[in-house]
Ligand binder design. Structure first.
Ligand code: DPP
Ligand code: ZN
Length: 891
């Protein structure tokens, strides 16, 4: 497939002010009649090239005249005409086949309903069109369908009218007042429950908010609607952005490639991010629903009102919108709490976001798919909805927020909309608006060096050097940065990666753990912000009475790695005393990670269990610290994920790290058994009354269930009863799943097996719960390749529903590190990638990335992955999506 380069961008030579679409909806064969009014931009008549795939052309009219095959060129991907007038109307009638559309891009069937997904390039499967984000048009959409089968007919904007048609059909006409790119088009047709409410926006307009979901699921949409109301209110108060529509609809779909989609006024969601009640959603899902509903709602301004000029600018909307949803969640979690608890709640959110970044984005940035947050090239844009674009993109926005401060940042946002409302723009345009708001207040500041974040891939390494001169009481801190070429950058001759603008927040503690008052530091936190903008810089601090213990990268002030030699004892001190909750957590994790690496290294040598005294004592100190909230303590006492630990292991042996983690969990379970029991009982009843998903109750459950998992790991005599009782008696899915997971840890498999069987019998009618049932087994250390193959024989298994494929195949390949990293595991993976590719290339390409960082594996594993990758590569035909991933992995 051809490579598309950012530098080759050219504006589309025509405008398309008006688009009228008429759909005769039918699952087998849908007829789409499009009336497109084009206007030439320049003087010269350039060819009009429209995108279109998997469509059957019925007729083509130019200004009412039927065209013959001599008048246009049709390929499998384009339709080209040579219009000779400056304004003309093109009428296209074509057919598409929703039922056969297993890729779930364009118009497709899920359950008994019809849905669309157009981002990034799905609209071209609906009709021929300039399917690119910089062509914005005003749409009028007429939907016609069988009334009994498709009683609800939805599209973007406002409902202009409905009427009944002959033969039991009906029609709905929708008008979207806002010009939009094709990727934001949506239609939905089917039978749905609806939950709705009316809200007043800040300026006093009233807006209808609606959640549509499968028949019978209305009881599970109360939380989603509540989250939508909160999102509307939050965007007004925090960002000054008001809902611009009379109605805002969300529809839940069981079959959906991604999490959700921000189509203007008609969001379509994976049902897993909508449906929730205490029996079918865990605390984590309640939180994720809030976050994703916020995310898609916030796109209404950052993405829809101002959109991307081209797909290289994807992070313009995604990085910014992830930053906004992270802030939204943090504000919701802190809401109504006192200052200390609120700060802790924010820190917990930050910890979770950073852990996710390290698990998903850091490895990506070190592997064959590494790309800057604004990529320079791609073959298939569907492959670039990545952790880098989203999560690292959000970190880059967050750094701007850190540098500018909330008030100036918000002024920059206002400036961005003042300049670009209604336009399709670039990342540079955003940075320019921010910079001008900054300079309006601080003329000497700029984002010149900062801009390089948009150009470079790779996770920068910041090396820290401390020099303390006791006689002078002077402390000198030297920071240096490096970011060697990664991924595709390695092939660029003479590539120069200039220094980045990196805000590094630090603090200093004395040997007793007291904050050292540092000149220039924030008076309450003792934090100093060092702005590293060169390859190496030093800062001198006078009047430092004693050699400091450094607390580095507080709050994770930049998406970098820190290299600094710190003794275990220093980490333990920071873990016990640091006033910055993020850095405190970090120190404890670093200590645990060292232990895991030691254990993993001993794995083959059959050496005696490592000494964990320091870790144990540190954890005891933390457990005894009454100032720590349960949610925070749950993060502090969790062992770091394997994928984070592995980043410091070369060559990587994933199974050894997974084994080490199980072993350390068992040791900590045994040695801290009294503490775990105490914690368990203290938080056994997280909420006094009925289940509530609020962050405080969720934190108590998280801590309690962590204690249970340690006790189960240790096979503690009381754990079996506790797990059994909790599994049977709890009134919510979080506790029920934790009970089940603890039972599954039992050495004797029978209690776990019995519970699994019972669980399925009880909840088999709810697909989202069944997904969890599959996922729990697929990721279990007891599940080998042959077991996952057996799971796939279950009558409820199908590869066609992405959620189900993710629950089984992805869980095993991505998260069962103990059992997938062997030749049989890799062969299974390759086989599933190829099978899935024939069904759904976008999903297959995600699976194809499971072992992205295979080049860093131990030699025998590396050979086995290479073989598996080659077997995928040699399979024909491969989608563009999978081909790009596999070819890059093998380069
Ligand atoms: N644009 C969607 C989102 O991130 C994903 N395709 O919200
Ligand atoms: Zn998004």
């Amino acid at each position: 497939a051809p490579t598309i380069h950012r530098r080759d961008y050219q504006a589309f030579p025509y405008l398309l002010p008006r688009t009228q679409l008429f759909f005769d909806l039918d699952a087998e064969r849908t007829r789409v009649h499009a009336i497109l009014e084009f206007e030439r931009v320049g003087d010269a008549a350039l060819p009009l090239v429209l995108n279109g795939e998997q469509l059957t052309l019925e007729s083509l009219l130019l200004n009412g005249q039927a065209l013959t095959t001599n008048d246009y060129q049709l390929t499998t991907e384009t339709l080209t005409l040579n219009p000779d007038s400056a304004r003309f109307t093109l009428e296209i009638t074509a057919f598409c086949g929703p039922q056969a559309n297993t890729a779930l891009m364009g118009l497709y069937v899920s359950g008994n309903s019809l849905f669309t997904q157009c981002e990034a390039e799905g609209f071209r499967r609906i009709t021929w069109f300039p399917d690119r984000p910089d062509v914005m048009s005003r749409y009028t959409v007429t939907l016609r369908a069988d009334k009994s089968r498709y009683p609800v007919l939805l599209s973007n904007g406002n409902l202009a009218g409905t009427r009944d048609l002959p033969d039991g059909r009906h029609e709905a006409v929708w008008e979207d007042p806002f010009p939009k790119p094709s990727y934001l088009f949506a239609l939905v047709a089917g039978t749905f429950d609806c939950r709705e409410t009316t809200v007043q926006t800040r300026s006093g307009r009233s807006a209808l908010l609606q959640i549509y979901s499968d028949p019978g699921t209305r009881p599970k949409t109360a939380w989603a609607l509540e989250c939508l109301k909160r999102s509307v209110a939050w965007d007004e108060t925090r960002f000054g952005l008001e809902l611009d529509l009379d109605r805002f609809m969300i529809v839940a779909a069981r079959d959906f490639n991604m999490g959700a989609m921000e189509n203007k006024g008609l969001n379509v969601f994976n049902s897993s991010y909508i449906l929730a009640d205490p029996d079918s959603a865990t605390d984590a899902s309640y939180e994720a629903i809030e976050s994703v509903i916020g995310h898609e709602y916030f796109h209404n301004w950052t993405g829809n009102r101002v959109t991307c000029r081209d797909w290289f600018q994807l992070s313009l909307k995604e990085g910014l919108t992830v930053f906004r949803d992270q802030e939204f969640s943090a504000d919701m979690m802190a809401h109504g709490l006192g200052p200390h608890e609120a700060a802790s709640a924010r820190a917990v959110k930050r910890i979770d976001d950073v852990a996710m970044l390290r698990v998903a984005q850091f490895p990506e940035d070190a592997g064959p798919m590494a790309h800057p947050i604004r990529p320079e090239s791609y073959q298939e844009i569907g492959n670039f909805y990545t952790a880098t674009i989203y999560e690292k993109g959000a970190e880059v926005i967050r750094m701007m927020h850190t540098l500018l401060g909330e008030e100036t940042f918000q002024a920059g946002i206002q400036e961005y909309f003042r300049r670009h409302d209604g336009q399709a723009v670039t990342c540079d345009d955003f940075v320019n608006a921010m910079e001008s708001a900054w300079q309006a207040r601080q003329p000497e500041r700029n984002l010149k060096v900062f801009r390089h974040w948009y150009e470079q891939a790779g996770t920068p390494l910041v090396q820290v050097h401390l020099n303390y001169d006791a006689a002078q009481q002077r402390c000198t801190i030297t920071l240096s940065q490096s970011n060697p070429p990664v991924g595709i950058e390695r092939q660029q001759q003479g590539l120069h990666k200039p220094a980045l603008h990196i805000p590094v927040a630090i603090g200093m503690l004395d040997k007793q753990g007291q904050t050292l008052a540092v000149p220039g530091a924030d008076s309450t936190t003792g934090t100093v912000m060092l702005e590293l903008t060169q390859t190496e810089q030093s800062w001198v601090f006078e009047h430092v009475p004693t050699a400091p213990v450094l607390s580095l990268l507080r709050g994770f002030s930049a998406p970098v790695r820190i290299a600094y030699e710190q003794a275990d004892a220093e980490l333990a001190l920071l873990a016990s005393h640091d006033t910055d909750p993020f850095a405190r957590w970090e120190a404890g994790q670093a200590l645990a990670a060292r232990q895991l690496l030691l254990l993993a290294a001993q794995h083959d040598a059959a050496q005696p269990a490592a000494d964990i005294t320091l870790l144990k004592h540190t954890w005891q100190t933390l457990i005894a610290d009454a100032s720590l909230t349960p949610a925070y303590l749950a993060r502090v006492l969790s062992l770091p994920p394997e994928k984070i630990v592995m980043a410091d292991m070369l060559p990587m042996n994933p199974a050894a790290v997974a084994q080490a983690r199980l072993q350390l969990r068992q040791q900590l379970g045994e040695q801290l058994a009294q503490e775990w029991l105490h914690i368990y009982h203290a938080h056994q009843h997280a909420d006094a009354g009925a289940y509530s998903p609020d962050a405080v109750s969720a934190g108590r459950r998280a801590l309690k269930n962590l204690a249970l998992s340690y006790l189960a790991a240790a096979q503690h005599p009381q754990a079996l009863t506790l797990a059994q009782t909790q599994y049977e008696q709890s009134d919510n899915l979080t506790d029920r799943m934790a009970g089940l997971a603890a039972l599954m840890q039992w050495k004797d498999p029978s209690p776990g097996q019995a519970a699994l069987t019972g669980f399925y019998d009880s909840w088999q009618g709810d697909p989202l719960i069944v997904d969890r049932w599959f996922a729990l087994q697929a990721s279990s250390p007891a599940t080998q390749v042959q077991d996952v193959r057996r799971l796939m024989q279950h009558p409820a298994f199908t590869l066609r529903t992405p959620n189900r494929a993710r629950a089984v195949v992805f869980q095993f390949c991505q998260n069962n590190l103990l059992n997938v990293h062997n030749p049989q595991g890799y062969a299974f993976w390759a086989e599933q990638v190829v099978t899935l590719d024939a069904i759904n290339p976008e999903i297959a390409a995600r699976l194809a990335r499971a072992f992205d960082n295979w080049a860093q594996y131990a030699p025998d594993l590396r050979d086995a992955v290479r073989q598996a990758l080659e077997s995928i590569r040699d399979h024909a035909p491969l989608s563009k999506n999978v081909a790009e991933i596999v070819n890059k992995a093998l380069q």
